[in-house]
Design a protein around this ligand. Structure first.
Ligand SMILES: Nc1ncnc2c1ncn2[C@@H]1O[C@H](COP(=O)(O)OP(=O)(O)OP(=O)(O)O)[C@@H](O)[C@H]1O
Ligand SMILES: [Mg+2]
Length: 287
């Protein structure tokens, strides 16, 4: 990609590499044989049904979950060692309506002066800090509600401010666990477009767990599909085919090409358990 950070060392454009990675939970293999290589500035989605192990995969990247076998290298170091350079949004964050702290202050909490070249005392840099926070809020399109108490704005608006909080840390990598969860389809698309722009303009590598590939598909450089302990990684064109997804899910999945060339995945299965809170999936007429 043309807007990546300049390479400091021969291998520095590889942001994430997993080799033969496997994780066990409760003594059973959750997934295995993950071979993934992500270049700096790529936007990667991690997909799969509830319980497939998506959150566990990002926790393994953060070094919060140990591998049963294989290796994970993140930003040139073993998992866990470069977490200072990673902005992480865990799954399911909402603010109770009684939370009075303003959105802008939530974003400000993410600001780490060192990263922007600030020197102490912090107070002297208050104006610059305010300006940085303002710019990041502008990037995520949250300016019109950032002054309001975060508990009193919508779930989607909260998500944008949380993405701003992660971005204001100036991370090299962003790990977002289902940031689109409470968003309607147009907003899922808008946030994916925004994330893509951050990848391109700032060279930030993004791993995003998502539930529905369709609204974000045009923006993705790679997809990682998890199902039944197996994993498929690659570009959308490589992985998102009827044959591959049907094999992975062991049930019929159809990939259609719309008249404008977009791919549409139809009939992607859901896990039977605890997904009643999710929006309905598109199902093919045969499903
Ligand atoms: N610490 C743990 N101990 C035991 N089992 C665990 C642990 N962490 C996760 N699991 C199990 O591993 C499986 C995968 O969990 P994970 O949270 O990674 O799934 P997910 O794909 O993120 O699902 P969702 O879409 O619901 O968020 C689940 O069955 C979960 O119960
Ligand atoms: Mg999860």
């Amino acid at each position: 990609m043309s807007n990546q950070r300049p390479a400091a060392a021969a291998d520095s454009t590889t942001a994430l590499r997993m080799r033969g990675a496997a994780v066990e939970v409760g003594g059973e293999v959750l997934w295995r044989d993950v071979d993934l290589s992500v270049e700096a500035g790529q936007f990667v989605a991690i997909l799969g049904a509830n319980g497939a192990g998506k959150s566990t995969l990002v926790k393994a990247v953060l070094g919060l979950v140990q591998l049963a076998s294989g290796e994970v290298e993140v930003l040139g170091s073993p998992a866990g060692q470069a977490n200072r350079d990673i902005g992480y949004l865990p799954q399911r964050r909402t603010f109770d309506s009684s939370v009075r702290v303003r959105g802008v202050d939530v974003v400000r909490l993410g600001l780490d002066g060192d990263r922007w070249g600030f020197t102490l005392p912090w107070g002297k840099n208050a104006k610059r800090a305010r300006e940085i926070v303002r710019q990041v809020i502008d990037v995520v399109g949250a300016s019109s509600y950032a002054q309001r108490p975060i508990g009193q704005i919508s779930g989607g608006e909260q998500q944008r401010l949380l993405i701003a909080q992660a971005l204001v840390r100036k991370p090299k990598m962003l790990i977002l666990d289902e940031p689109l969860d409470s968003l309607d389809l147009p907003n899922q698309s808008a946030i994916a477009a925004l994330i893509k722009r951050v990848c391109q303009e700032q060279g930030v590598t993004v791993l995003m767990v998502a539930h529905d590939v369709n609204p974000i598909l045009p923006y993705l450089d790679q997809v990682v599909y998890l199902a039944g302990g197996a994993v498929m990684c690659g570009t959308p064109a490589e992985v998102i085919t009827s044959e591959k997804l049907t094999t992975l899910y062991k049930s019929p999945v159809e990939v259609l090409r719309a008249s404008d060339g977009r791919l549409v995945v139809v009939g992607e299965p859901e896990a039977p358990a605890h997904h009643g809170d999710r929006h309905a999936h598109v199902h093919g007429s045969h499903a």
